[in-house]
Structure formats: C-alpha cells, structure tokens
Design a protein around this ligand. Structure first.
Ligand SMILES: Cc1cc2nc3c(=O)[nH]c(=O)nc-3n(C[C@H](O)[C@H](O)[C@H](O)COP(=O)(O)OP(=O)(O)OC[C@H]3O[C@@H](n4cnc5c(N)ncnc54)[C@H](O)[C@@H]3O)c2cc1C
Length: 385
C-alpha cells in the first residue's frame, strides 16, 4: 500500500526526509545506543529541523500536517525502531494546545518544536491502569498554586523526560461517573518534591525509558492546567484515542521489518535440500501475516482519514489498536519462528523487536479495553459489558 500519492508536497517531503534520516542516523547507530542504554537526546534536536514544527498547531505556525501523513511517519518510525521516547513525545505534545493560559501554552509548545523536550504521559498508577478514572493522585489548591500528591507507575520515559503531563483527582466524581473531577497538568520534571524512578521491563532499551513518578506535595502554577479544572478526562480520551492509531502503526511498521527479514531469510535458508520458502507451512504463514498487517493498515488509515474529516473514529481507532497490535505481535513472533534458533539469540534484532511488539499490546490500552469501547459504541452502554 503506497499512500504517499495522497499527501501534499510538504507532507511528502517530511516523510521522505524522515526515511532518509532513519537510514542515515538510526539504522547505523541503534545497536550502539541500545548497548550503551542511552537515549540519544540529539534526536529531538534533529527532528526539530524538519518535523516537530509541522506536527502541532500554534500561533505563528501553520496548520499541522494531516493525521494520515503523521500515520505514515509513525509507520516509518516503527520500521526503523525509531527511539520510542521521541515517537511518544510527538504524540503527548498534542495535549499542550489545550492549555488555556496563552503564555504557558506558547512556552511549552515553543520548547517542544525546538526539540528541547522529552514528554512523559503520567496516567497509570500502581493501583489503576485500565480503570484510568479511578486514580488517587490528588490535587489540592492554595491561592495561585496547585499541589500534587501521589504516584504514577509503568510510564514510558519518566527518568529521561523534561516534562510530564499528569492526570489528577481534583474534584468529586458526579454520582457514579468517576471520569468527572479529573484534571490534567503539565509539570516540569525538576519541580521540588518530584522524584522519577526507573523500572526495568521486558523490552527496556534506554536507561530510564520505563518507570514511575512520585509527587510529594509538588507545587505547580494554575496556568499549567491542561484544559479547565475537572475537565481533564475528556481531553485525555480524545488525544489518547487517536494516539492509539499511531502506536498501532508504529508496531505494524516494526512487524513489517520483521516480515521483510523473514522473507529474505526463507529464500536463503536451505533445509531438506530446498529453500525453506518452498515449504508451504513457512510461506503461507508469512503470506497470512502480510495480509493481516495490510488489513490493519487499511483500518488505521481509515481511522486517521476520518479524524482529518472531523468524524468520530473511536471504534476504528480502538479496532486497530487491538487488531493491529495483535497482528504485529504475531508477525514478529512468526518471523522469529521462520529464522529458527538464529532469531532466538539475543544479538538478533528480531528478538528485540519481538519483545517490543509485546509491550504495544498493553501500553495505551489493552485489547480487552479496546473491545469494550467498540462494544459500547455498537450496543450502547445499557446492552454492553
Ligand atoms: C510498554 C508500556 C508502555 C506504557 N507507557 C505508559 C505511559 O507512557 N503512560 C502511562 O500512563 N501508562 C503507560 N503504560 C501503562 C499502561 O497504560 C497500562 O499498563 C495499561 O493501561 C493496563 O493497565 P494495568 O497494567 O494496570 O492492567 P489492569 O488494568 O490491571 O488490567 C489487567 C488485565 O485485566 C484486563 N481488564 C481490566 N479491566 C477490564 C475490563 N473492564 N474488561 C475486560 N478486561 C479488563 C486487562 O485487559 C488486562 O488484561 C505502559 C505500559 C506498557 C506495558
């Protein structure tokens, strides 16, 4: 599928520049970065030269490039294992335009477009993940200051981030509607009382790329509210809803590179006197994965095109998050299987991509939660789980 024909000249240029950047800067260096476990901060500066300013609406900047175009960037990033903290920063930045205070909004967006920032989205807590409205991180008010107390866990990039956007309980739920009374806040990571910590995970690549944040009476100016007080949950769902499509496309891109590797390997590996690609069990498995990834991409780009048209795409977005990430994980796993023991060794990029693709089935919402959203859209709340 080649969508580049529907992009305008600027969008095509950005996509092409990203692809050459990945070939020139990411592919030759990825092993070194991972060996050192060091997030290459320079990457944000590099992105600021051709990509970041085009992704966000801001006074003085023109309209951001289309969601479809940004989807192609996400897929390309996945294909080249682009550092995830940078990829996620692009998407968490979409919360900044909701900051009401003009000076604060311009300050955060300005730092982002100049490549001076890694952003961490801080929504999950040790006790609540899928049930994102049950958070207990608390917001108290004192004149012009907001005071945060609580803990966030299992986050991407907390120890390497410059800013986090945190969800907090700021008011009472309305009856049994727990999503009411939640606010979002942009918090600088060097604030007094804030402590970021690291948690090693299955696919950790860079030191500090996964972990949590403790807030011990952290004081934040009221101007840092993202949206108005107590309206954070709706904003979060809106932004995360479309971010899910990009996460799925990143995972699909990653899986496409695994599939490509498996196809090449299967033509060259000889068993029982013939290339293994000649065995139907091997080639059909790869053909099935190709089909599922293509189907997932159709749904992903449909969701993004609907978003560009101002239509509600929540079912399509949730659909591709579960179906696309599952197809991607299966494709990565099958690619590894095709390569036998060669794929299983730690130095193989396939083994790394396989572990990464597993995480995308959990982060940004599990398949169960996506199916819940779709069922509610199809059946209405009264008749769905
Ligand atoms: C790689 C990775 C990156 C992440 N990055 C971030 C980040 O940047 N920021 C952030 O805030 N969080 C992040 N997370 C956390 C992630 O959002 C949560 O792990 C996820 O939402 C699931 O929450 P949980 O782990 O608490 O599982 P739980 O919510 O406890 O769920 C456990 C199991 O129960 C199922 N389940 C729960 N409720 C229901 C239901 N109503 N119906 C059916 N099944 C249900 C789930 O599907 C799951 O299988 C990340 C996680 C991973 C793995």
């Amino acid at each position: 599928m080649n969508l580049s024909g529907i992009l305008n000249e600027e969008e095509n240029l950005i996509r092409g520049t990203l692809e050459s950047y990945c070939q020139r800067e990411v592919t030759p260096n990825i092993e070194k970065w991972i060996l050192k476990k060091q997030f290459p901060g320079k990457i944000m500066k590099d992105l600021s030269e051709f990509l970041l300013p085009a992704t966000i609406a801001h006074e003085g900047f023109k309209q951001p490039i289309s969601e479809v175009s940004q989807g192609l960037l996400s897929e390309t990033m996945g294909k080249y294992e682009f550092p995830v903290p940078a990829f996620l920063t692009m998407h968490f930045s979409k919360l900044f335009p909701f900051i009401n205070d003009v000076e604060t909004r311009n300050n955060y967006i300005g730092r982002y477009v100049k490549g001076n920032m890694v952003i961490c989205g801080a929504f999950t807590e040790p006790g609540h993940g899928s049930d994102a409205a049950s958070i207990s991180t608390r917001l108290d008010q004192n004149d012009e200051t907001l005071i945060l107390t609580g803990e966030k866990a299992f986050l991407s990039s907390p120890s390497i981030a410059d800013v986090c956007i945190a969800s907090v309980r700021s008011g009472e739920p309305a009856g049994n509607r727990k999503s009411k009374g939640i606010s979002l806040l942009a918090v600088d990571m060097d604030a007094d009382g804030l402590e970021a910590y690291e948690t090693e995970n299955m696919a950790s690549m860079y030191r500090g790329d996964f972990g949590g944040i403790r807030f011990d009476e952290v004081r934040v100016p009221k101007e840092n509210l993202v949206g108005s007080l107590n309206t954070g949950f709706e904003i979060l769902m809106k932004v995360l809803g479309i971010q899910r499509v990009h996460v799925a496309l990143y995972s699909i891109g990653l899986a496409e590179s695994c599939l490509q590797e498996a196809l090449e390997y299967s033509k060259n590996r000889v068993a029982f006197g013939s290339p293994i690609s000649k065995f139907q069990a091997v080639s059909f498995r790869l053909a099935e994965d190709w089909t599922k990834l293509e189907a997932a991409k159709l749904l992903a780009y449909k969701a993004l095109a609907m978003k560009d048209m101002g239509l509600d795409s929540s079912s399509e977005s949730s659909g591709v998050k579960w179906f696309g990430c599952e197809a991607a994980f299966d494709a990565a796993s099958h690619a590894l299987q095709t390569m036998g023991a060669t794929g299983y060794v730690k130095s193989s990029p396939l083994e790394r991509k396989f572990r990464s693709s597993r995480g995308f089935l959990i982060g940004d919402g599990t398949p169960d939660i996506q199916k819940l959203i779709i069922a509610r859209n199809l059946l209405g709340k009264e008749y769905s789980p």
